[in-house]
Design a binder for this molecule. Structure first.
Ligand code: BTN
Length: 329
């Protein structure tokens, strides 16, 4: 760890407490000048570190910067080794893109890339994903042999369930999932999930997956472009210090940090319990643009949606082929 990272770790662990430069220097075994330099760098990165005469430095309680040091103490015992493979950036084009590059270079299962904001966030169907400050943008590299799922689609179900559980753990609010993987709170989308995979062409096996999750955490309505304000929501909609570090840790604990990986049937059960549409009428939009009305009955063991048409025909839908709109109840 650099001196800057060690100073941040110490201050993060003692929010609101004062430390003189000499105290920090002594406990870290570095010079006072090195502490001063680290504090200057941290302030430049957006940390609010107050300095009072005779009392020293104080990491303001309202800091809400994402950092490895802020996440590490919140990781479970099994997830803690992931901290060595965790990278946090103020800004990236796309965390999925950076994670893919790391995966191609041989990065380990559980390597995670986090950004405060993205300039070219990617969504499903080649759409862009609006990524203003106040969100948590995280991509995790997952190796299929560490997940132990017969159906690779279960990864998507695990991600959806984990997001809902993590949001609930941090905020006490109960989000739901619109199949296949949009997370909603109070009627607005608060999270999108994009899973990208690379197949080993020679063996035909799955090499690795990049699981990208974007959650609007403290994002304010005015931070979204006007055309999204009616449909995009945020967990808190205002600053809640430390909430994004807590959320990141809750996700890492539940996805790559869960050792051994949870059983597939258990994951599907957790996902099903969060689905908002079961038992309701939905509109199924097919890839050629045609639509039909159906009742959403259940999901199967691979996370496919089972619907029944007005003519009583049961169909098993896979997310790549169709989209679903919920009808007013
Ligand atoms: C969607 O709703 O269409 C999926 C959006 C997925 C967005 C996340 S944010 C983190 C990761 N990096 C990206 O560029 N995309 C995913």
């Amino acid at each position: 760890m650099t001196t800057k990272e060690r100073v941040l770790a110490l201050l993060e662990a003692h929010r609101g407490e004062h430390f003189s430069g000499a105290q920090l220097a002594a406990s870290l075994g570095v010079s006072r000048n090195a502490v001063w330099k680290a504090v200057t760098e941290l302030r430049a990165a957006g940390c609010r570190i107050d300095a009072a005469t005779n009392r020293g430095y104080c990491y303001a309680a309202e800091n809400d910067l994402l950092s490895v040091q802020g996440i590490l103490p919140l990781l479970s015992e099994t997830a803690r080794p992931l901290a060595a493979h965790l990278q946090v950036f103020p800004e990236l084009a796309s965390t999925n893109q950076t994670a893919k590059e790391l995966a191609l270079a041989g990065a380990a299962h559980g390597t995670a890339v986090i950004a405060e904001r993205q300039t070219q966030g990617r969504g499903r169907y080649m759409r862009s994903f609006c990524s203003p400050p106040g969100g948590l943008y995280i991509s995790m590299i997952l190796h299929p042999d560490r997940l132990n799922f017969a159906h690779i689609t279960t990864v998507t179900a695990l991600a959806g369930a984990a997001v809902c559980e993590a949001v609930e753990a941090v905020s006490g609010k109960k989000p739901g999932i619109k199949w296949v993987n949009d997370v909603f709170l109070d009627g607005k989308k608060i999270c999108g999930i994009l899973t990208e995979a690379v197949t080993d062409i020679e063996s035909g096996t799955l090499g690795w997956l990049v699981l990208g999750i974007g959650i609007n955490v403290t994002t304010r309505t005015e931070d979204f472009p006007p055309d999204l304000r009616e449909i995009a929501g945020s967990v808190f909609g205002e600053d809640v210090p430390g909430s994004r570090n807590r959320l990141a840790a809750e996700l890492l604990n539940r996805i790559p940090g869960c050792v051994p990986a949870p059983a597939e049937a258990e994951v599907i059960g957790r996902y099903r319990s969060r689905l908002m549409m079961l038992g309701r009428q939905v509109t199924v939009v097919q890839s050629d643009g045609t639509e039909y009305s159906a009742a959403a009955l259940d999901i199967d063991e691979a996370g496919h949606l089972i619907v029944e048409t007005a003519a009583g025909e049961r169909r098993v839908l896979s997310s790549g082929e169709i989209r679903i709109r919920m009808q007013e109840s």
